[in-house]
Write a protein that binds this ligand. Structure first.
Ligand code: FES
Length: 161
């Protein structure tokens, strides 16, 4: 039984507890347990891997081997919207850093840090493959180009939930 608040909400922890109880000592179910755990938390928290290891009787190293082998699994939380800001040469010379600064200022986060509501995460990349649209960003894969810092608020505000 885990009452660990570090793991997630009470509801998530309860679901995870019953999942572990159902699969206690059954290492043959590791794939299913990992899939369901990710379904509960949205990713695989480090602590959940430790608990799965103890419950199923399987070394953590073996579990991490599986997690890193299959691309369906992720060890990092995913936000609802991922803003990828291109800081490649074409974008950079046309002012990408100022666009990035405005995004970070508006959301109150650093690069790689998720907003506390889980809605946004900002990452950077070296080229989005659309240099003609520099400076460019993508939000969950949708491209926004020829940006100025003053365009940022309107774009982000259009993602209403
Ligand atoms: S350098 Fe930004 S899209 Fe290519």
């Amino acid at each position: 039984m885990c009452n660990c608040e570090r793991l997630g909400t009470k509801e998530q922890v309860e679901k995870f507890d019953s999942l572990l109880a159902e699969n206690k000592g059954n290492r043959g179910n590791i794939m299913e347990v990992l899939q369901k755990t990710q379904g509960i938390f949205g990713f695989l928290p480090e602590l959940s891997v430790k608990m799965i290891s103890e419950s199923l009787g399987m070394p953590e190293s073996e579990i991490y081997g599986i997690i890193t082998f299959y691309s369906q699994f992720t060890l990092t939380p995913k936000a609802k919207y991922n803003i990828d800001v291109c800081l490649g040469t074409a974008c950079f010379v046309l002012g990408a850093q100022a666009v990035m600064d405005r995004i970070l200022e508006k959301l109150g986060v650093e690069v790689g840090q998720m907003t506390s509501d889980g809605k946004w995460i900002v990452t950077s990349c070296r080229c989005l493959g659309c240099c003609g649209l520099a400076p460019a960003i993508t939000i969950n894969g949708e491209v926004y180009g020829k940006l100025k810092p003053e365009d940022v608020d309107k774009i982000l505000d259009s993602y209403v939930d």
